[in-house]
Ligand binder design. Structure first.
Ligand SMILES: [Zn+2]
Length: 157
């Protein structure tokens, strides 16, 4: 597996992941990339108003690590707002707290992160079919959507 990234726990996936300032031609548009865990840090601290140690617990990181993620997130948002840059929210090292599945008969259910780690679902709990799939935002693999801490790379996932 090579290097082991540190996965941060995230409970929320933004529905809108691109913000563009009005009146800036695309050719001149610079982009700031906010990782999913940075967006989560902002959400917990600045929207939900939790204390830093609560935020750190929720994301399962140390308090200094949380503080670092938060500072980075705020700097990026400030840079975008004041310098007229677009913001793209994607990537990072994170793991969702819950993953949603659907079977071929249309039943949907959610599997908690902790359960999934130990016993990933093999069949639908309603109709027992084994024809199941994971739903957005997981594009491949399971539980670990965005990879790569490179904010500059052109990698898509
Ligand atoms: Zn089913």
């Amino acid at each position: 597996m090579g290097r082991q990234p540190i996965w941060r726990r995230v409970d929320f996936m933004p529905q809108v992941n691109y913000f563009k300032p009005a009146g800036v031609p695309m050719a001149h548009l610079q982009e700031v990339r906010l990782s999913i865990e940075e967006a989560e840090a902002i959400r917990l601290k600045d929207i939900q108003g939790l204390e830093q140690n609560e935020c750190a617990q929720k994301m399962r990181v140390s308090r200094p690590t949380f503080a670092r993620i938060l500072v980075s997130a705020r700097q990026k948002m400030a840079d975008a707002l004041l310098n007229g840059k677009a913001i793209r929210i994607e990537g990072g090292n994170y793991e969702m707290a819950v993953r949603r599945f659907r079977c071929s008969n249309g039943h949907e259910w959610e599997v908690p992160f902790e359960v999934m780690i130990n016993t990933p679902p093999e069949f639908c709990p309603t109709c027992n079919t084994k024809d199941i799939m994971a739903l957005w935002p997981w594009r491949s693999g399971w539980g670990r959507a965005g990879q790569g801490r490179q904010y500059r790379g052109g990698r898509s996932w």
